[in-house]
Design a binder for this molecule. Structure first.
Ligand SMILES: Cc1cc2nc3c(=O)[nH]c(=O)nc-3n(C[C@H](O)[C@H](O)[C@H](O)COP(=O)(O)OP(=O)(O)OC[C@H]3O[C@@H](n4cnc5c(N)ncnc54)[C@H](O)[C@@H]3O)c2cc1C
Length: 439
């Protein structure tokens, strides 16, 4: 089998890792690979948190990767070293969660090194320029070299990992096939990340994350939304976030001012650490996903991974982990002995289970923002009310927070939070809080 992966960023690299177990040859097309860690892809310079599930999946695909990254300067945090705050209140620690503190480029560089060392994987610095669909399946990928020469690569199985702006839909239409419906939720999120020199302050912190919750009506009135991670090179990465007119800017004084209105660890970094360079900003307009499963006709020999399939609000840190879970779904699909020339129905089914869960979690939270105007899922007011109560209870009760954390880290489906045991515990925790406040 000749496999072709369009895009050699995080999702494309994982796809290549999986395909290597099944293909005679895997070719990654990535025009930007020289600049993959640099300024050519501005979102890669923003703080990236790798959720516990993403970390577990990476270790599964690349055994020993964590130790290798830690040896090279990354930080492995667990329990109290990972601090989540809601409305400025620290949540109970979760003992069995581990997170790697490192920049996105660092993690991706390590993954890239492993993938490109595989014997049957090659990366070509070319831009895919379309698809050729014949006899019901993708058979070749036209490409353009950096010198502008065009040619085609034969393909038995192709993975689109071209990110959220993938043009695959148009290319399919040009070949007489339907394009998937693109669902969007406009969120208008602003991000700004700055790096700080790290000394001996906050020796027991690897990740600190602060978000507004029900007490502030999800507005930054009680505490600024932001996060920090200890990263390689003895640095802190600090991100601040805000919506619409409250988007953070690259002004360093304003950045430090906002950090001082955030939770204690972020305040402390603002007070004692020196900023390294300037804050860099990013505007994330919408969450979007492509509905391949709705298509009346899907060509064979095609899978779609990463942001090309679904790209959700980065505040919840799901993108990298989603890509690892989709890679896992691809592995599962190919392991059934599926004919690569047939439509990858079971891949898209498995992938949509994880995308639906991530989409549900992030859009339900986003709809709490007054400027986000839908589309609302069925029964949204009840879902919102229940989500608010469970969020409040997760600050008070370690057991509820353990399930909350599993959902947040994508280890469990969001429905785990509506289990009668959790709902009962939530009612008890909130009743106990009320009783305590009236005595
Ligand atoms: C501000 C911000 C913060 C984020 N924070 C987090 C976080 O904390 N945690 C987390 O897990 N996720 C986070 N994400 C999401 C994460 O960055 C994405 O989910 C991830 O980058 C998806 O990887 P990808 O490989 O699918 O796409 P991308 O990284 O966008 O890569 C797509 C690749 O396709 C290549 N390409 C494009 N067109 C072609 C073509 N025609 N031919 C060949 N190649 C092509 C591009 O050059 C690029 O390398 C964040 C995103 C943003 C925007």
């Amino acid at each position: 089998m000749q496999a072709v992966v369009l895009g050699g960023s995080f999702a494309g690299l994982l796809a290549a890792r999986v395909l290597h177990d099944f293909a005679d040859h895997v070719t990654i097309l990535e025009p930007d690979h020289e600049r993959a860690s640099g300024s050519g892809a501005p979102h890669r310079n923003q703080l990236h948190a790798l959720l516990a599930m993403g970390h577990e999946q990476l270790e599964r695909f690349f055994p020993g990767l964590t130790d290798e990254m830690v040896e090279a300067g990354a930080h492995l945090g667990s329990a109290q070293q990972i601090q989540f705050y809601i409305d400025g209140k620290l949540k109970p620690a979760v003992p069995d969660v581990q997170m790697v503190g490192a920049t996105r480029s660092f993690i991706e560089d390590h993954v890239r090194r492993h993938v490109l060392a595989l014997p049957r994987v090659q990366l070509l610095p070319y831009r895919a320029a379309g698809v050729r669909v014949r006899a019901g399946r993708l058979q070749a990928i036209p490409y353009v070299t950096s010198e502008g020469h065009g040619d085609e690569l034969p393909a038995d199985f192709t993975v689109d990992a071209m990110g959220r702006s993938s043009r695959l839909g148009r290319w399919l239409e040009a070949q007489g096939w339907p394009a998937p419906r693109v669902e969007r939720m406009r969120i208008d999120l602003g991000y700004a990340t700055a790096r700080f020199h790290r000394g001996h302050e906050l020796a027991d912190t690897v990740v600190a994350h602060a978000s507004p919750g029900p007490a502030s009506n999800y507005l930054p009135s009680v505490c600024e939304p932001g996060a920090l991670t200890a990263v390689e090179g003895d640095r802190w990465n600090v991100v601040l976030a805000g919506y619409t007119g409250y988007r953070p800017t690259s002004d360093r004084v304003a950045f430090l001012g906002r950090m001082r209105r955030c939770v204690a660890p972020i305040q402390q970094v603002a007070d004692v650490c020196t900023m390294d360079g300037e804050p860099t900003t990013f505007h994330f307009r919408d969450s979007r996903r492509r509905h391949f499963r709705e298509l009346p006709r899907l060509p064979g020999g095609l899978a779609v991974l990463g942001d090309a399939l679904a790209s959700v609000n980065p505040i919840y840190g799901q993108g990298l982990t989603l890509a690892t879970l989709q890679a896992s779904a691809l592995d599962r699909h190919l392991r059934t002995g599926a004919n690569p020339h047939q439509p990858a129905i079971s891949y898209f089914r498995h992938a949509s289970t994880v995308v639906d869960a991530a989409w549900q979690l992030s859009t339900t939270a986003d709809l709490a923002q007054p400027h986000v105007t839908g589309p609302y899922p069925l029964g949204y007011p009840i879902v919102r009310w229940a989500a608010d109560r469970i969020t409040e209870a997760s600050i008070l009760d370690a057991d509820i927070n353990a399930t909350f954390s599993d959902v947040l880290h994508m280890r469990r489906h969001p429905r785990a939070l509506t289990h009668p045991r959790i709902l009962l515990r939530t009612a008890r925790a909130l009743a106990a809080r009320k009783a305590a406040s009236t005595t």
